[in-house]
Design a protein. Structure first.
Length: 241
């Protein structure tokens, strides 16, 4: 009697395990991982003041789907930003320096269709193409009297020979992820490409005594793409406005 109970219990456990395995295998998935993504853009006040890589293919894979299937995309990437702002001022003149760098990501299917969402906002709250993974706008401003100053005892005028200087440098590296989706794909093999875009720009005062300087750089590190074939609820809105 005990042996028969044990066999029955094993059969129940095996049946439950088979159900779990079947459920896991019901969805197709594709994964690609890259330890280092070659994407970088920089800008400096003593050289190029604006830089844009444009949209660059950084991750890609393929997946075969049945008719009228939907795809979910999980894109993750390390995102680094360096901003360097220096201001010089004397005689009460205000000097400012701005550095900005950002990276955006989008998913392209079969070379033409864009997965949702196709747009987002940037650090300034403005509409941006693709999903902005990282964006920094750093502005430094100062209004200094100056150094090595002398005063005219007759007129009271103060003349400073050297400008005071202030520098701010920030470096960060973060890992970010975002989910994309595409519905109603036809059957067959589909090419999935993740594109990223790095931008860098600087703005500075070159008419203030001493001048200002700035620099910015955006770069990517490791990245991963996970694509999963699913069946979404029919009639549900993919984009909620």
């Amino acid at each position: 009697m005990q042996t028969s109970k044990l066999i029955a219990a094993v059969v129940v456990l095996c049946a439950g395990g088979m159900v779990g395995v079947a459920h896991a295998q019901s969805a197709k998935a594709a994964v690609t991982i890259k330890p280092l993504i070659a994407l970088s853009q920089s800008a400096y006040s003593d050289g190029a003041t604006d830089g844009d890589t444009g949209w660059v293919d950084v991750l890609q894979t393929q997946i075969k789907t049945a008719n009228q299937k939907d795809l979910l995309f999980d894109v993750s990437m390390q995102c680094g930003i360096v901003t360097d702002t220096t201001v010089r001022s004397s005689g009460g003149s205000k000097s400012s320096s701005t550095a900005r760098a950002n990276i955006a990501v989008r998913v392209v299917v079969d070379g033409e269709r864009m997965a949702e969402p196709t747009g987002s906002i940037d650090a300034n709250g403005a509409a941006a193409e693709g999903v902005v993974f990282c964006d920094r706008v750093q502005t430094l401003a100062a209004e200094f009297a100056g150094l090595n100053c002398t005063a005219d005892l007759t007129t009271g005028a103060v003349d400073c020979l050297d400008a005071e200087e202030l520098q701010l440098i920030l470096k960060t590296l973060n890992a970010h992820a975002f989910n994309f989706a595409m519905t109603d794909l036809t059957s067959g093999v589909h090419d999935i490409v993740v594109q990223a875009r790095a931008q860098a720009s600087v703005d500075f005062d070159d008419d203030v005594a001493g001048g200002s300087m700035s620099g910015a750089e955006a770069f990517a590190g490791a990245g991963a793409l996970v694509v999963e074939e699913v069946r979404l609820v029919k009639g549900a809105e993919l984009i909620e406005l």
